[in-house]
Design a protein around this ligand. Structure first.
Ligand code: HEC
Ligand code: HEC
Length: 562
């Protein structure tokens, strides 16, 4: 086996096999017939579309969902307080049903009554014999009260992280870019991505300190995420929690509402790299899969992009950063490349699986905003499947900044997917396999033509799971919309992931945002006033001098300063 994941499976499997002591007196909570029947009604109304009437995860909506809806016949549950391999407690199930699993289509059901939730749990349990077998039950682990976060402890946690080889999957800086990441699969053989530990709001089991403690203490059944129950002391666990906490800034993504370009006096020297943007406000924007038009990307790997901008009198520059588990610097990419018409399903992606669903009822119905929000599929990985199955190769990573080609009059913006015939867009494009940037004019996704790249500059680097790309351009040039100080302009961004076979219209993109271009200091409102004051003062002095001279010559005036 070429991938390191197998090593992990081999290492971890013995722990999974070693089922914990059955909980001695645990009563089997299977509910009465009447309760199961009532649960069936709830299930068929709210759950079966995804989880299937047979509980096998093959509901009619399932084909495009990744991760797939849980197959309840497998008896494997991810979010548990019970040891690796054991069934979850009713409270574990209740929590998942109430709160949902962030960044999957498993939304929470806060409005179901307690009775309905209990009944549906009893019904879910009927899909597998496991719940009738005491051997699969175990007492929940004790999760102590979390100690307060401590920076020293986080440093020690870094050592534990490396020692336990978390980085092999999660990456050196936790950006889901470990060497094994592209080849991980779940127990059903479907590609699965390690969590991006810098974005703990995406954790399925919640971002709280005790959630993280629970995750590596019990593991996620059915996935390559192991349990470290036997290898870590309690102190080490909190150190690890502190370390994971130190990797991400917050429990929520704090998406920005707009981008602000900072006015600076210096040259925009590209060799300064990211330091050029010191002091500029970072705007973190959500990326969605383009699923409205053919070339759909149901499972974009990039879910957010950080944007910074600075300008001086002549130029404007953008810094774009996003996490990517592998830098694809070979092959080619372009917004004008044709992406396949066919919509890809999990079946097509996973090499073992066979296609069962004919059509996808959600394909055309879902707006990208909706798809990307609560239902966004963060841990997707088209690329792994393509790589693993020796499928499409040869596409490089790429990124683009998109402006309207001309300042829109009124509120009508160009169509955000590469513009429209009446309202073209100006696309600054970086194929990260190439040293020079390109420009395109978009009049809709089927009409993207090369533009004049003169004056557009670009540098790019990739380090520890993050791409960093800088674009620079003149603020005023003949064939583009001028970018003036004190103004707001529409701007949008796209990211193509080569590993996932993204190209053309298959990509992750933002909606239109607005960028505010700060007025230059020299044209700020205060400067002109000061200038005017100085000028007035100068004129006064001259006048006074003239008058004084006249006074000397015998003309009397009152003193200016009493
Ligand atoms: C729109 C699709 C969808 C619907 C509707 C849905 N689920 Fe899910 N559910 C999912 C997906 C996808 C997962 C797997 C997420 C993952 O593996 O990270 C899941 C997982 C689960 C799990 C497994 C949790 C674990 O720890 O592994 C349970 C339990 C569950 N769903 C119960 C329900 C119940 C009960 C309902 C109805 C009230 C429901 N789901 C409705 C998509 C759905
Ligand atoms: C063999 C690969 C592998 C190793 C090693 C590994 N993980 Fe994971 N981890 C995963 C995968 C895959 C997921 C995502 C599972 C999913 O999508 O349901 C994950 C998920 C997580 C999550 C998020 C859980 C959630 O609620 O969604 C955390 C936190 C985490 N891992 C921490 C760690 C830590 C800390 C270590 C080392 C002690 C570690 N992992 C080692 C593969 C791994």
């Amino acid at each position: 086996m070429k991938n390191a994941a197998w090593k992990w499976i081999v290492l971890v499997a013995p722990f999974v096999m070693l089922l914990p002591e059955p909980a001695a007196a645990a009563e089997l909570e299977l509910g009465t017939d009447a309760q199961q029947k009532a649960g069936k009604v709830v299930y068929e109304r709210y759950c079966s579309q995804c989880h299937g009437t047979e509980g096998d995860g093959k509901g009619y909506a399932a084909s495009h969902l990744r991760p797939r809806p849980r197959d309840f016949t497998s008896g494997k549950f991810k979010i548990r307080t019970t040891p690796s391999g054991a069934l979850p407690t009713d409270d574990d199930l209740r929590r998942v049903i109430r709160d949902g699993m962030p960044y999957t289509t498993m939304i929470g059901w806060p409005n179901l009554s307690d009775q309905d939730v209990t009944n549906v749990i009893y019904y879910i349990k009927t899909f597998t014999k496991d719940f009738k077998n005491r051997d699969y039950y175990a007492q929940p682990i004790a999760i102590p009260e979390p100690p307060p976060h401590d920076a020293d402890s986080a440093k020690k946690g870094r050592e534990v992280y490396l020692q336990m080889e978390c980085h092999r999957c999660h990456g050196d800086q936790g950006r889901a870019d470990g060497a094994s990441a592209p080849s991980l699969v779940n127990d059903a053989g479907e590609p699965i991505l390690p969590a991006d530990l810098t974005k703990r709001w995406t954790f399925r089991g919640g971002p709280a300190r005790r959630d993280i403690y629970r995750t590596f203490s019990t593991g996620l059944n059915g996935t390559p995420m192991p349990s470290y129950a036997d290898s870590l002391t309690d102190t080490q666990r909190w150190q690890l929690v502190d370390y994971v906490y130190s990797l991400g800034a917050a429990d929520t993504p704090n998406y920005a509402e707009r981008v602000v370009s900072r006015s600076i006096a210096d040259d925009l020297d590209m060799t300064k790299g990211e330091a050029l943007f010191d002091g500029a406000e970072g705007a973190f924007l959500p990326l969605f899969g383009q699923i409205v038009e053919p070339g759909r990307a149901f499972h974009p790997n990039a879910t957010g992009i950080e944007v910074k901008a600075v300008h001086n009198r002549e130029h404007i520059a953008f810094l774009l950063r996003w996490n990517d588990m592998r830098a694809d610097r070979t092959g080619e990419n372009s917004p004008a490349l044709e992406a396949p018409e066919t919509t890809e399903t999990v079946e097509e992606a996973a090499s073992q699986a066979s296609s069962t669903e004919e059509s996808d009822p959600f394909a055309d119905a879902v707006e990208p905003e909706v798809a990307g929000d609560a239902t966004d599929d963060f841990f997707s990985d088209d690329g792994s499947a393509e790589t693993a199955s020796g499928g499409e190769a040869g596409f490089s990573d790429a990124v683009a900044v998109q402006f309207p080609a001309a300042l829109p009059d009124g509120i009508r913006l160009p169509y955000f997917i590469f513009g429209d015939p009446d309202n073209p867009v100006d696309i600054w494009f970086a194929d990260l396999a190439k040293p020079a940037p390109q420009r395109f004019v978009g009049r809709g996704s089927r009409s993207v033509a090369p533009g004049n790249p003169d004056g557009l500059e670009m540098t790019a680097s990739y380090d520890a799971g993050v791409w960093s790309v800088i674009f620079k351009r003149k603020r005023r040039q003949e064939d583009a919309m001028a970018i003036e100080g004190g103004q707001w302009y529409p701007v949008a961004f796209s990211v193509w992931d080569g590993l996932s076979g993204d190209r053309g219209n298959k990509r992750a993109l933002t909606r239109w945002y607005y960028i505010y271009v700060e007025p230059a200091e020299t044209v700020g409102p205060l400067r002109p006033m000061a200038k005017a004051a100085v000028a007035t003062f100068g004129i006064e002095i001259v006048l006074i001098a003239l008058i004084r001279r006249k006074h000397k010559n015998g003309v009397s005036i009152p003193p200016t300063n009493p």
